[in-house]
Write a protein that binds this ligand. Structure first.
Ligand SMILES: [Zn+2]
Length: 286
């Protein structure tokens, strides 16, 4: 990343309402607080996610409820009203929801990329953010978002890609492609605290397959100044917060040890160094 650049518009492409919370909400809140614009793109309305409390939603109302939760979170972090691509949540790998005709994971990759390229050309982000190649933990929708956003980052500036859009729009190439990185060491710390609280998450046994190895983290951000906004974003997603979720189970002081750091992999251009600091220091400096 060019240390002279000032990034003003950020676009984040995720799959479900709440994907923007745990790994990026503090960074996003810090950026919008300093005047940056954040465009949140969400592929689905999370229609087959869990329902933490039957008083909050039914399987029929979940999509509408989660859309409201996403709007609540977007407001908490100062984003524009979210843009929904209208696909259906594909559910966890191996479930029948994977095969639904509207499932995001089986959508034609060209169509998804076309939509993202159009949004990039419309909103002209300096920075594009999405999942890393692991999709965090391999959710098929996270992988689909990763693939389409990575391709759209490459294609949006190329006039030969989706030329039919160019009657109304200019090609636009963002400067920077970032992947949300959830550090394995951060997940381990979370898992150990949950074990100590008597609610094993089964995370520790799977740490070879989930989370981002520390050597893939290029940017480490201190988001303590926007910690409250991050908590507010997490709490917007009430249907995804069962009694035994870490945000409900852990003591505030334990959460404060884990949550106020967010990390990214710099996917493009190749990073020339490791960077750490506040979001404003890293992304908005002159
Ligand atoms: Zn998700």
């Amino acid at each position: 990343m060019d240390s002279e650049s000032i990034h003003r518009t950020f676009m984040a492409t995720f799959a479900h309402p709440d994907d923007e919370s745990f790994g990026t909400a503090g960074t996003f809140a810090a950026l919008t607080k300093t005047g940056a614009r954040l465009v949140l793109v969400c592929a689905t309305r999370g229609e087959v996610g869990e329902i933490a409390d039957p008083a909050l939603a039914t399987s029929e109302t979940l999509a509408a409820v989660r859309e409201r939760e996403l709007r609540c979170s977007a407001e908490a972090i100062g984003a524009d009203p979210p843009i929904l691509l209208g696909y259906r949540d594909s559910g966890m790998a191996g479930t029948t929801d994977n095969e639904h005709e509207d499932a995001f994971a089986v959508a034609a990759p060209d169509e998804v990329t076309r939509q993202l390229v159009r949004l990039i050309r419309e909103h002209k982000p300096d920075v594009l953010i999405t999942f890393d190649p692991s999709g965090g933990y391999g959710h098929p929708d996270h992988l689909a978002a990763h693939r389409a956003a990575t391709r759209a980052y490459r294609d949006a500036g190329n006039p030969e890609c989706f030329p039919e859009q160019l009657a109304a729009l200019e090609p636009h190439a963002p400067n920077l492609l970032l992947y949300m990185a959830i550090r394995r060491t951060q997940l381990r710390a979370l898992a150990e605290k949950m074990d100590a609280a008597g609610v094993p998450m089964g995370l520790i046994e799977n740490l070879d397959e989930i989370g981002t190895p520390d050597e893939h983290v290029h940017i480490e951000l201190d988001i303590s100044e926007t910690y409250d906004a991050k908590l507010a974003s997490l709490n917007c997603h009430a249907t995804q917060l069962p009694e035994q979720s870490p945000w409900r189970m852990l003591r505030p002081e334990d959460l404060r040890e884990i949550l106020p750091r967010e990390s990214f992999t710099q996917a493009h251009p190749p990073p020339d160094r490791y960077q750490s600091g506040t979001p404003a220091e890293i992304f908005l400096k002159r």
